[in-house]
Design a protein around this ligand. Structure first.
Ligand code: 5GP
Ligand code: ZN
Length: 117
């Protein structure tokens, strides 16, 4: 599944460049273009799913693989010991900007409270 108008599908296809940090057959991890922490990586399934709920319901094995790759990214960046945060925005109130499910991996500094407001 690919959406021709989706920027993350274009990143998967290498039509938009990205700084890839990990890849499996079905999952890609790349650095966020506007990092909010020393480690800020996006982990996505290569297949297009709109959000984490769609992914988990349609392909739970792939959802699990996204989490495993997120943990591997934390290991690679050396933040497993100091701690890291995983975040998946879904929909308007959460501020989801890209409608291709992505898990943010943050680390490398104290990450503050869970919610800003
Ligand atoms: P959201 O707000 O949907 O949870 O997160 C979208 C994230 O994608 C943002 O943190 C934004 O900086 C990142 N982003 C948007 N466009 C690009 C891009 O073209 N390349 C990369 N590497 N990150 C992007
Ligand atoms: Zn997509």
């Amino acid at each position: 599944m690919t959406d021709p108008d989706c920027i993350f599908c274009k990143i998967v296809a290498d039509q938009i460049p990205s700084q890839r940090v990990r890849e499996t057959e079905r999952v890609l991890a790349f650095r966020d273009i506007n990092p909010k922490a020393p480690t800020h990586v996006l982990v996505i399934p290569k297949d297009h799913h709109a959000d984490v709920a769609a992914l988990a319901r349609r392909d739970p094995n792939l959802a699990a693989e996204v989490l495993t790759v997120a943990a591997d990214v934390a290991d690679d960046d050396g933040v497993t010991e100091t701690g890291w945060r995983m975040l998946a925005n879904s929909g308007r109130n959460a501020g989801q900007e890209v409608d291709h499910v992505h898990v943010h991996v943050f680390g490398g500094k104290p990450l503050g409270p869970m919610l800003s407001g």
